[in-house]
Design a protein around this ligand. Sequence first.
Ligand code: FES
Ligand code: FES
Length: 912
Amino acid sequence: MTAEIFLNVNGQSHALKVPPVKRLSEVIRDDLSLTGTKVGCNAGDCGACTVLVDGEQVCACLTPVIQAEGRQVTTVEGLAEKGTLSDLQKSFARHGAAQCGICTPGMLMAATSLLNKDSDPSRETVEDALGGVLCRCTGYQKIVDAILDISSPDTRESPAAGSAVGSSITKVDAIEKLNGSEKYGADGIPKDALWVRILRSPHALARVGMGDLRAKVNEFDGITDFLTFQDIPFNRFGIYPVGKDQPVLSDGLVRYRGDAVVAVVGTREAITKITLEDLSVVFEPLDPVIGVHAAMDATALQLHEDKPGNILIEGTVDKGNIGDGLLGAAAISNGSFKTRFVEHAYIEPEAGWAQRVGDRVEVHATTQAVHMDRDEIASVLQIDKERVRVVPTACGGGFGGKLDVSIQPILAVAAMKYDRPVAYVYERPESMAASTKRHPSEISCRFAADKDGKLLIAEMTADFDTGAYASWGPTVAGRVPVHGSGPYFVPNVHITGRGVFTNGPPAGAFRGFGVPQAAIAHETMMDDLAEQLGMDRLEIRLINAIKVGEPTSTGQILKASAGMGPCLEVLKNKWHSLLEEAEDFNGRNDGVKRQGVGVGAMWYGIGNTSLSNPSTMEVGIDRDGKITLFNGAVDIGQGSNTILQQICADAAGLPVDQFTYVMGDSDLTKDAGKTSASRQTFVSGKAAELAGLDLKSQILRHANVSEEAKFNIQGGVLYIDDGAGVREIALSSLPADEKGMVFFGTGTFDPPTTPLDEHGQGDPYATYGFAAQIALVEVDTELGTTQVNKIIAAHDVGKAINPQQVEGQIHGGIAQGLGLALMEEYVPGVTENLHDYLIPTFGDMPEMEVLIVEDAEPLGPYGAKGVGEPGLVPTAPAIFGAVRHATGVRVTEAPLLPHRLKAALKRQEAMQ
Ligand code: FES
Ligand code: FES
């Protein structure tokens, strides 16, 4: 039933024939093509769709369009006036308040609604007013700062040539994220696209039977086809060449709840109505294997033919001799720890579209790994990779979850088959059910120290539930043994990491690749040892902090940039102040509410573990003097588009504000590897530096001048000043290459690593990031709740290329670390939406202070390392240490939900 509805949106009147109950968000996006309003859940949980109706914020996804008739609707596109950003938008840009930007329109609209009523709100008022909008990237602090500071002028000047590095310039893609013009996966879908949707298994393990589905196509209006595994040329995908074990569509067995069964192709409306029951798909459920203990039991069903014992992979690091180390022990600690599945919960669900172009396929999708996607699509289609083009859309958050392909293979298959654009946008429950998760872990360990607190041994067995398919399981099992001893010098080490198949959701990459789970264990060991020896907890870490010249667990001698000690040193005074603050609080209160302080330390190898992971960057100048960085690294919100330009500009000796860029298009850029493992600043940044240097040397060579000559480009003219005078070279007079470039620089960097031997000895990473965080928490011992009041984070990043963005990464990491520690637990079939699966909101976040430590890495661009994952790793250990300090409860399970803490408090009481 349609009706004529009159809408006024951003001051423009529209008469639309639409169903009166159609969601306002759909009308705005689909009928009015105002895609600045985002959809993250379609259920009122995320606030991404927030718009104003008569000045009040509403969730457009829950508002029937009829309710907006005759009223003033304002979307993010209505905030800027005549193309000039509003003061609020400018403040977001100035404060770095948008990372991936997918939540930004909703945040801006909610803030506008507040500021219309209260032009001078308090921090609490802002947090309340924006409390319905979720952000997974920023940790919220910069958003609040931006709203409280809208009237300050921007006093920053664009850095001159050679001084971009170290400057907190505004993100180069900020304007698009702030005015709603940025195109994410669901925003650029052609109007004539067919739509596809995968019907998924409701069972964790079942045999599947289906009849001739094609014969049923005509039974349903708007349906073009049903695709089954028989339509997939090579029905397997996976990260590692030896781990291609996940079917695009099930070929007889489903191995987790959410596994793909049948793909429905048709109109957008029609595909949403079809169910597996409609198609008479029959499941024969089997007893699923849940959890690593069940999977490793001798009687367990073997889930993959070639993986006896359900062991995907095992990695070990062995150094020294544990028995010898124990001889001098004055303190020995043991422990077992457990963590659970954690969902990435990026606010942008998986989305994109594909089309056939001649004999090639072009896939536009939200992703973290353009060139890997291209290779995977080519493998599924069984065509040469040159016949696949991947064009990344803006990415509304990834955190590792968009490193695996999701929609891409089925889109490519359908686009080739029907020769029409084909689109796919996951609904939130599908995104959560189908996508990879953080590995649940079961970790046992034993650490020992001598009477002075010096570590003697680190022993650990870490089993990771890798779920139904391999995904990034081998990476986790390989990375954890290297990191399990913590950021310390330990002479005797024995650590094993295993990936174990179960019938859980596939566990993949999630900010840290298992290291956050291991850090909970090793940092509890450090607190145990400090307690036994009567030492200060920060002091024992400082005594053991690994230094330049010392060997790691893998025998790698750190040659430079080992900032663990300096991170702990800068925290020392604050640590003692917080301890006093907690003591004072506890002395003044009745004991129901208790404050505590904890510290967590970490290290993180930057880039792939013992594997080549090169990146290539290119930079060119065309005949008009336009400078373009051809950058194959995907910016998922962390800011690589900006950072890589800053580095390249300084290397080339040109001002960064003259740069533009092409990001990620696999036809236009070289492989820069995936955006993961905190590698883009270090690896692609070095490649960008080399490309900039190459460009500079070509210019100097062409002008036949020395290194000392200065040059700049204005209005298509290259001005060269060699000391003897200024020369002009009209760029339009120079021959251009096939890309239209008159000068073109290239740089490639592959960090030097070596393979690990059978004892796990070698140089797995070229450099490591280090960090320590301290937390102040307040525990309600009756309710079992934990409120984190403060986190102070010290991070050695080598060199902060853009300090504001470094801080933003750490804030976001802290938010996700807090979620891991206190609230996030994915349970298949139970927490498959953002209502039941809780992520930190404004109200959950503590005050955060970031202290940047710069212990330069000679291999990195201008000394830089990486910070994407390190931001998260120490947070949970610091919080757990603080809970223990407050209550005496030694935390061994994450998340520490109130019922778990209450039970632990009860156990503790019973033992006293
Ligand atoms: S899309 Fe409307 S609240 Fe999430
Ligand atoms: S910037 Fe808020 S979700 Fe990414």
